[in-house]
Design a protein around this ligand. Sequence first.
Ligand code: BTN
Length: 250
Amino acid sequence: MESAAEPVRIVRHGVVDSTSERAFAELAAGRARHCDVHVARGQTLGRGRLGRPWHSPTDAALLASFVLMPPRPWNAAALTIALGLAALDAVRAVGLDRARLKWPNDVVVDGAKLAGVLAETRNLDPECPQYVAGIGVNVAQRDFPRTLTDERAVTSLALCGIACTVEQLLAELLRAVPARCALVERDLERLEHDFIRGAELAGRVRLESAAGTIAGELVGLSIAGGLVVRDDSGGETRLALEHVRALAAI
Ligand code: BTN
């Protein structure tokens, strides 16, 4: 990725409820600036997607929330994809080449979750759009609570053999997030192309939506136009990205 134009301002916390909550509090107080990054050593109420908690042990994980205040509202799918790619760029930059994206923006290694992204807005005002992008990456953990591992496979940079500190990874993320977010304004095709590569989706895929599951060739993935999959009988299904529940290569 090219480097970012936006300067970032790091706001450091010890153990907090949630870095995203701290970012929203600064927005509410009128003190936030575009590209502020709230970073914590640990979280007591770290939150993940779909209302799940986010495991946030002290000094073992990267826990960061970016304040994003673009001039006009961003396409939600584009932002989701950009943030997943930023997390992927950062972990690859510290040496984890085999990391992949999993729909919509998990970073996984051999199917085990390494990082997650939660992009949130509150009362989005089109005149003054504000987003908080929370990113959590497992860095030094060598074990995880049973409640987590019973649900799904998880991993960390340490378990993947990458000796990297939270600070080193943060430095990469500080470059990657503004650079990828700049593409939301400038180059959706690049995001689409890099997402297909990062998730290894070129070829046969399985697509899950409210309408059911289909398998077939990925014909196209477009932020504006949605996803097109051609099934084995030659029929094509088109689906807006916000309706995609799961999408994976098979
Ligand atoms: C997911 O479920 O995949 C998203 C996880 C997002 C976790 C990060 S950690 C930093 C920020 N603060 C939070 O409370 N959540 C996000």
